[in-house]
Design a protein around this ligand. Structure first.
Ligand code: SF4
Length: 221
């Protein structure tokens, strides 16, 4: 029941694979890992399929929302990942126009684009303070995989090692910006504490630099 509930929550609420992980921590980690490996819960292929489908549905829905926003001329996000996604969306629109012009598209509405979008297999994952667009078959530029020991059988990014401000696959959306700003304020307050040990201060400075890098992307720098 726990696993099925998780799958349903993941399907129904945006970013909930993250929320579930934050709420349930160890239990969720084990249950999610259990899709592929034996843990203290029995392997359950039907649950694994349910969860995988729920995640895929939720990701595609988010992708479609971004596509629709981009088609209306709205900003979908910042950073190189957003630039790549805009180019991919433009290619989908172009292809849809060509299909219509050749009379190969059955419909005249946006469902043609949505169908193409589904077949294009663009990846999107919900990161902690960003979206990740890494292509599992071509993980070029994935900062999280640099110098990492990738567990056997694992494909895709290592979200726990994500570097949203530095990775070319990262999209920072306008919904993420208030969190980045709040993080900047909170780190700056922490840094100003008089009795901070020098090594702790240096670590906070490094974090602040990362946050400022992310915020600069939103400014177009
Ligand atoms: S560093 Fe983050 S954005 Fe980049 S590939 Fe890894 S998880 Fe995705």
């Amino acid at each position: 029941m726990f696993r099925r509930t998780m799958a349903m929550l993941t399907r129904d609420y945006p970013g909930s694979e993250i929320a579930v992980g934050m709420q349930l921590k160890h239990a969720a980690t084990r249950a999610l890992a259990n899709r592929w490996t034996q843990g203290y819960m029995d392997h359950d292929p039907s649950w694994a399929r349910l969860l995988t489908t729920a995640i895929a549905e939720r990701r595609f829905q988010r992708l479609r929302d971004l596509f629709d926003a981009d088609s209306c001329g709205e900003a979908i996000g910042f950073g190189p990942g957003a630039d790549q996604m805009r180019s991919a969306f433009a290619a989908v629109r172009e292809k849809a126009q060509a299909l219509r012009a050749n009379g190969k598209a059955q419909r005249g509405d946006v469902r043609v684009e949505h169908g193409l979008l589904k077949r294009t297999h663009l990846s999107i994952r919900f990161g902690k303070l960003n979206h990740c667009t890494m292509d599992e078959n071509n993980p070029v530029g994935a900062k999280c995989l640099e110098d990492a020991i990738v567990p056997p059988g694992h494909r895709g990014p290592l979200i726990d090692r994500c570097q949203p401000a530095r990775c070319s696959n990262s999209i920072i959306t306008s919904e993420h910006l208030p969190i980045w700003k709040a993080e900047h304020d909170s780190l700056s307050r922490l840094r100003d504490q008089p009795r901070l040990p020098p090594n702790r201060r240096a670590a906070i400075d490094e974090q602040i630099r990362d946050v400022e890098l992310a915020l600069r992307k939103a400014d177009g720098a």
